[in-house]
Design a protein around this ligand. Structure first.
Ligand code: GLN
Length: 185
């Protein structure tokens, strides 16, 4: 069963994508929703709000432990920020992904834009960025960089953790969700 963190942000769009792919999922809003979860999606939204809600709802520590024990997780945009081991000028949240990210990294003019590019071996993938972060530095050599756009790292994979600065749930293209569902749980 896939868990979609559903405390704030674009969780409904991930759910629609999983519906299309016929993957069973449940929305995570409280601790008991985590029972039976084998993989987790952390959606885009507002990472500071999500962080506060994770703490208030008692979800932070159990999710951190699940990720540390090897559960596959995909974080998109704000979700990438939650997963990063370091966040420039801020405290980290869940951690687990050895990268340093910078929030709202493209400035106001480039707050929202779309490009098409390669994500690892996936070609012609539409990437939609909305007040996106980017990965400033990878902190371990075995972090795989899956995409660089305009000289900035926007997609990484570290073992069972996929971190994306853009929003794969806001396009019609389901290949990244399929890729994530192929990770062994
Ligand atoms: N700017 C948001 C943040 O810092 C992320 C934006 C998004 O998820 N689309 O949390």
């Amino acid at each position: 069963m896939v868990g979609i963190l559903a405390v704030q942000g674009a969780f409904a769009e991930h759910a629609q994508m999983l519906d299309r792919l016929g993957a069973a999922y449940t929305c995570i809003r409280q601790k008991r929703d985590l029972v039976g979860i084998e993989r987790l999606i952390l959606p885009g939204g507002e990472s500071t709000t999500q962080r506060r809600l994770l703490c208030d709802l008692g979800l932070l520590v159990p999710i951190r432990e699940m990720i540390a024990s090897g559960m596959p997780v995909m974080g998109t945009c704000a979700g990438l920020i939650l997963l990063a081991d370091e966040v420039a000028d801020e405290e980290r949240c869940l951690g687990g992904l050895p990268v340093r990210v910078r929030r709202n990294a493209y400035g106001r003019q480039l707050g929202s834009f779309s490009v098409v590019g390669e994500i690892g071996s996936i070609n012609d993938y539409p990437m939609r960025f909305i007040r996106a972060p980017y990965v400033e530095t990878v902190l371990q050599p075995d972090v795989q960089v899956l995409n660089i756009t305009d000289g900035r790292i926007t997609a990484v994979q570290y073992k069972h953790i996929l971190g994306l600065a853009f929003h794969p749930e806001l396009t019609e293209d389901d290949r990244l969700h399929q890729y994530f569902l192929s990770f062994s749980a």
